[in-house]
Ligand binder design. Sequence first.
Ligand code: AR6
Length: 176
Amino acid sequence: MRIEAVPGDITDQDVDAVVNAANSSLLGGGGVDGAIHAAAGPELLAACRDLRRTTLPDGLPVGDAVATGGGRLRARWVVHTVGPNARVGETDPALLRSAFTRSLDVAAEVGARTVAVPAVSAGVYGWDAATVAAVAVAVGAVRGWAGEHPDALDLVRFVLFSPAVLAAFEDALAEH
Ligand code: AR6
């Protein structure tokens, strides 16, 4: 499984699944969540509302993930995850690692082979980009997952919107 970090907008990615940094309501927001909903169109919000009505009446817990179709995105699936929100005291790295690993579990379960992943929690949720990227968090979580599921995915591509966040992920990928 290849793991890479690229600059760009996650909504443009030609991959099977795109991970969304959502909130527990699954009903949209700003940042990457707003961009994904805008690009995917109303079908995505309808799918999220269905999930809330059926399997997730209390919303998606922090650190978990769930898939919907991708609407008008090139990606066939959106995997919604909820990172911890440092602004309300959610600073446990295990929760953030879980957001990344559960996203890959769900992507593999629906049959994706290639997955684009944003810097979950590095925006509105207030985590420092270097902490999110770290070998102990995003990069470590994805590497650890790949070790446990060696043939489950072909590509995990971190797609980073800002140069500073991209640099943090490149640094983490360069470490052992
Ligand atoms: N492509 C890739 N990365 C992006 C894009 C994009 N189109 N847009 C923003 N980013 P955030 P969070 C980067 O705030 O911190 C929402 O309102 C951004 O620069 O999107 O997990 C949700 O509904 C940052 O580096 O997610 C939740 O309420 C990273 O994506 C809350 O924000 C994550 O920033 C979640 O906050």
